[in-house]
Design a binder for this molecule. Structure first.
Ligand code: FAD
Ligand code: SF4
Length: 329
């Protein structure tokens, strides 16, 4: 690991001031991703700003009926929070499908959003990687790309975003609260992460000197009809090959609102709102669910080793919708 300097910030203003003035500064929260990246010499910040002492560690009610998750709340405390379990079980289930109990105790909600891809070439400094070193090329496109994207990739990068939590947040249409030298702003979840395009080194639309302070959940939590399915190589401690978060609002046998977000398939949690709309005012039947799944995967593009993900995604979407609708027909 390369040498770096370190500040422990006690409040937001100090954290922002130090990061703005630092050369190659990075916030550190739980450290469960950043420290690995530093040890592997993938990221080498010159200065770390520890934000674990900054007072954004509560989960509190919002005036509109939603819930605010402080950025420094641990993934475990979020998943087991009574309100989250009862009103946003989709989020609880998604978080608990990720990592391990020890990691979830340490990992924070803000850090979860900014964890980096698990593309094995990104973690191997001996290979070209546009995300790690822009302009060097992408080893995955013609390499072993079993874990890689089937939606929204570019010629520059076909990596996927590895988070489970973020797939549920995309389905719930959360909002990310951030603060920086120019003040506070709110980023809708769908605009938070980026597709790779020709700047794969940028994972999100957060500026380098901005800090996530909270994640706001809207009042609607789909607590009656929801599911999170995660397909992976091992039953635990493994990232998603394809995951699906579903929230349904069903009234008098008809679907009034539907959210379908996919993980493990794109550079960001993947939604297709036009396809979702095909289910509005329709009955919750397998046939209708197959129609929407077909529409979603019709836009998929596979590489040499990840063709299987397309059929896996199609079947997982149908199964997730049936589980959420509590139907077998
Ligand atoms: C072995 C292993 C298995 C895992 N399995 C899964 C899995 O199955 N599913 C899953 O979803 N995740 C998984 N994870 C990832 C884990 O969830 C993340 O590492 C964790 O959520 C990151 O949070 P952190 O607080 O530790 O972030 P850190 O490592 O401290 O930071 C990560 C990044 O976020 C930035 N950052 C952190 N907080 C803020 C903030 N408030 N504002 C601005 N920037 C910030 C840091 O600068 C850094 O760039 C796994 C991790 C490991 C090590
Ligand atoms: S897919 Fe992206 S992260 Fe992986 S090697 Fe290519 S550029 Fe790097």
């Amino acid at each position: 690991m390369r040498p770096f300097s370190f500040t422990k910030a006690g409040d937001k203003a100090t954290a922002i001031k130090v990061i703005s003035e630092a050369e190659e500064g990075k916030f550190i929260a739980g450290g469960t991703n950043l420290l690995d990246l530093m040890k592997f010499d993938i990221m080498h910040p010159g200065h770390l700003v520890d934000i674990t002492g900054v007072a954004v560690k509560n989960i509190e009610a919002l005036e509109d009926g939603g819930l605010r998750l402080g950025a420094l709340v641990s993934n475990a405390d979020t998943a087991y929070h009574k309100e989250v379990e009862e009103r946003y079980p989709l989020l609880s289930h998604a978080i608990l499908a990720g990592a391990s109990p020890q990691l979830r105790n340490k990992a924070t909600d803000g850090g979860n959003l900014l964890q980096r891809t698990r593309c094995y070439y990104f973690y191997d400094p001996a290979t070209p990687c546009n995300k790690r070193e822009p302009g060097t090329g992408c080893s995955a496109i013609n390499g072993y790309n079993r874990w890689h994207a089937i939606f929204g990739a570019s010629e520059e990068c076909i990596a996927t975003h590895p988070s489970d939590m973020c797939v549920a947040l995309a389905a719930l249409e959360a909002k990310v609260q951030v603060t920086g030298p120019d003040g506070d702003r709110t980023i809708p979840f769908e605009d938070f992460h980026r597709l790779p395009g020709n700047t794969p080194e940028k994972d999100s639309n957060l500026y380098e000197d901005e800090m996530i302070t909270a994640i706001d959940l809207p009042p609607k939590g789909f607590s009656e009809n929801f599911t999170y399915i995660k397909n992976r190589d091992r039953a635990s401690y493994s990232f998603a090959l394809v995951s699906v978060a579903v929230g349904l609002d069903i009234k008098e046998g008809k679907i009034k609102e539907v959210r379908i977000a996919l993980g493990g398939v794109a550079h960001k949690p993947w939604r297709n709102k036009e396809a979702e709309a095909l289910l509005e005012d329709k009955k919750a039947t397998k046939e209708n669910f197959e129609t929407v799944a077909d529409a979603i995967v019709s836009e998929a593009k596979a590489y040499k080793y990840n063709e299987f993900k397309i059929e896996l995604a199609r079947r997982s979407i149908v199964r997730a919708l049936m589980q959420a609708a509590k139907t077998e027909e």
